[in-house]
Design a protein around this ligand. Sequence first.
Ligand code: AMP
Length: 281
Amino acid sequence: MKICTTVKEMHAAAHAARREGKRIGFVPTMGALHEGHLSLVRAAKAQSDTVVVSIFVNPVQFGPNEDLNRYPRPFERDRQLLENEGVDFLFAPSAEEMYPAGAITYVTVEGLSEKLCGKSRPRHFRGVTTVVAKLFHIIEPDLACFGQKDAAQAAIIRRMVRDLHLPVEIVVCPIVREPDGLAMSSRNAYLDPQQRRSALVLSRSLGRVVEVFGKGERNSDRLIEVGKQVFEDEPSVRLDYFEIVDPETLEPVVTVRGAALVAVAAFAGTTRLIDNTVLQP
Ligand code: AMP
């Protein structure tokens, strides 16, 4: 696996692969890799000839009081995991490399970026779309894999790709969970044993909504109420939002008639966790 740390090097390597007729699959990450990330790498590998993974803790998508500085950066372990998966290129630029001094250009998917996590993390999605647009320009992948774990992010990226006519296919892969149901996340490493147990309330609340939906309930307010009730048994976890929205527009759904995204975000201590499921009538 070749490691590229500069934009020039990465661009040249991807360009050379494409000239050889290779189909390039790309997986953007912030590192601290787990099975969720590796499932995306495997999906990219199955559908392309050359796999590029980026590890970049993107400062622009973190708010001023968020965990940018303490975000885990186990680079050597990540490198080994990607090597084992047969990844061809690892792009690991510095913040200065990605944002040269004076950079003031952003890509914003207006409207969608203020929904769900965008409400409590005001400039988060602008940071995500800006860095993903940059990465797409540097690597020019044929295909890029994202996780359903970040369902709003996936919807926003799909919209950006459509609106900007970017020639890349977006593949969204299922949520990978721990055996007890907790959605895998690099941030789970922050949880102490008590918080780790309490954090199961997210997946449990979604499970309860699916159950009640299965019995025929289609009214979103009532389904949301059922989900929120589960949080009442776990007062140590503070709910940020519990919503049922259209998976593409992220607009609230009143009655579930087509596919609907049930999305939850909550704090266990200072750690913000998210999870979701899709209801299919
Ligand atoms: P991150 O490193 O958190 O920015 O995530 C990089 C990519 O991995 C994103 O597309 C995430 O949606 C995806 N991802 C993170 N956790 C999971 C998971 N548990 N299952 C599937 N994909 C995931």
